[in-house]
Design a protein around this ligand. Structure first.
Ligand code: PMV
Length: 314
């Protein structure tokens, strides 16, 4: 049997914009997708035991099957020639926006590699998971699979010419508490990413300005994080949420949870990931503040994860 894991992630700055070459900042969280792979005799079967939003597993089924096909092809294995039973678990919930698909692709790639006796580097695993991400995101930036593979707090920039992406580990003074609130709405990342690309093409003047602002924001946010100026980081997250609203990837429920978190003292809050449902995150840099914001959201009937960004070796 082969085993593997991949980290969940939260995008702090730049989702969607990263797809088009703008830098983004992402942090792995202390929840993982775990996979176990056993050889069988009857093709590929997937047993998905992850807990998640209602309908998440069903909604993603076709994309999941395509992603496994892509993983095998990236490993230079003809899918029809192998039979595996893949068991998916771990403590990363299947909420849209937490990189659950990328985390599971990394976990599956590592588990298959182990089962086949291959000692592949993280770089190779990351490349394989990127191929798998295409099934879920269409034209992914690679930020999700990169965070799922390496963990930590990362500066990420996609190389738009097909060369190596920029991946830099950012080290901050100490880990910071955040909360992640789930709208419970299963979102289709592929459709959200395609929608942004379409509108960007249709309204170049409006979108060029927003993309420039997103780039400037990522650069200032990087400095603020490294200087551990958390008030500033929070303000920039608010600003990032406004940009995401402008490119039409937020929704009523996300805006509601973002507002609620701010009202209860969060330093900043924004949607995270693909939007259109899925999750939001808020910067809540003490245990007490984290608890206060988490409880306020839970009282409204939404699920919350309490976690930290910037944990060195998760
Ligand atoms: O919703 P998630 O967790 O799949 O995150 C998607 C992040 C995007 O920036 C929207 C897409 C990408 O590939 O970067």
């Amino acid at each position: 049997m082969g085993k593997g894991s991949g980290f969940g992630k939260v995008i702090l700055f730049g989702e969607h914009f990263v797809v088009h070459g703008v830098p983004g900042i992402v942090s792995a969280i202390d929840s993982t997708a775990d996979a176990e792979v056993r050889r069988t005799k009857k093709g590929i079967t997937i047993v998905d035991e992850r807990k998640g939003s209602k309908g998440y597993a069903e909604e993603k089924k076709a994309q999941q099957l395509e992603s496994i096909d892509r993983i095998l092809k990236a490993m230079e294995i003809e899918p029809k020639t192998v039979s595996f039973r893949i068991l998916l678990g771990g403590n990363l919930p299947g909420f849209s926006g937490l990189g659950a698909s990328a985390a599971s692709s990394v976990a599956i790639a590592r588990a298959i590699a182990q089962e086949l006796g291959k000692k592949w580097s993280d770089e190779r695993i990351n490349e394989i998971a990127y191929e798998a991400e295409k099934a879920y995101a269409g034209t992914p930036s690679g930020i999700d699979n990169t965070a799922a593979t390496y963990g930590g707090l990362l500066w990420f920039m996609k190389n738009m010419n097909g060369g190596h992406n920029t991946i830099e580990k950012l080290r901050i003074r100490k880990p910071v508490e955040i909360i992640i609130g789930s709208t419970g709405i299963v979102a289709n990342t592929k459709a959200m990413v395609a929608g942004v690309a379409e509108r960007k093409q249709k309204y170049p003047e409006k979108y060029d300005v927003l993309f420039e602002q997103a780039e400037g924001l990522a650069l200032i946010a990087r400095k603020a994080l490294l200087a551990f100026d958390l008030k500033k980081v929070g303000e920039l997250m608010n600003e990032n949420h406004r940009l995401l609203q402008e490119i039409s990837v937020s929704c009523e429920e996300l805006d509601y949870l973002v507002d609620l978190a701010r009202k209860h003292g969060a330093f900043g809050a924004k949607l995270t990931g693909g939007g259109g449902g899925g999750c939001m995150t808020a910067l809540t840099p003490t245990k007490e503040l984290q608890e206060a914001v988490a409880t306020a959201i839970e009282k409204e009937g939404y699920e919350v994860l309490r976690t930290k960004i910037g944990v060195e070796r998760i």
